[in-house]
Design a protein around this ligand. Sequence first.
Ligand SMILES: O=P(O)(O)O[C@H]1O[C@H](CO)[C@@H](O)[C@H]1O
Ligand SMILES: O=c1cc[nH]c(=O)[nH]1
Length: 250
Amino acid sequence: MTRDLTPVARVPRTGLPPHAVVVGDPARAAAVAALLESAQEVSYHREYRVFSGSWKGLPVVVASHGVGGPGAILLFQELADAGVRTILRFGTAGAMRPGIRDGDLVIAEAAVRDDGVTQQLLPPEYPAVAAPEAVLALQRAARKQGAPHHRGFVWTRAAFQPGLIPLTSYDGAGLAAIEMELSALLVTASLRGLTAGGVLVIDGVNADELVDRTTTGGYDPHREVVAAGVERGSVVSLEALRLLAEGEAL
Ligand SMILES: O=P(O)(O)O[C@H]1O[C@H](CO)[C@@H](O)[C@H]1O
Ligand SMILES: O=c1cc[nH]c(=O)[nH]1
């Protein structure tokens, strides 16, 4: 019995649908799963809460991976071991580009690999890129949902709080948002032959040096403007999965 479960997240090795939305917060996984038909909790070990159900007839997985790349990559790898082939991360992030507002969505095209884990798997020059079809599916779903959205590069950074070492300056590099797990997903996808992408709801920004005070209110995910973005983003990520599954992304 135990051998039929993956070792850390303890998801069943067989029987999961091949399409998944992953989120950091187990409570958000439950909220996204509540949008599904016939949703059921498959497993819940550590920070990894896993549901299955149907979105417009498409069987899907919704799962939480917790905070931080090293823990999250375990879920991504174990979902791949369990037969999941398409994974979209639906997270929260801080804005880094002027004009991106609280509650807006950022659709990731690629991520800076500052995730604290993939450097131990392969050289730092290796890119973390989203599947183009995932980018287009998310963009199409965002337009359909009327969700304010932007496309761009994301900084995946292992440290949330600023410390004594000054932040790397990406001034002039055009980064759109900062979060903590996406590059770990994108690298896993490249190594395992998965299709992956990500969409992030802006909840302010986590480091004072990065704050664009004209458009965000500073880091605070517990606000109505963020909750409204999360509601829109939940539908966008599920609908993008459906577009990918139906081959309607391009
Ligand atoms: O809202 P989630 O998906 O957890 O994403 C962001 O929020 C957490 C930090 O508060 C990190 O996990 C970061 O990546
Ligand atoms: O890493 C994160 C996640 C959410 N918001 C931020 O500002 N940073």
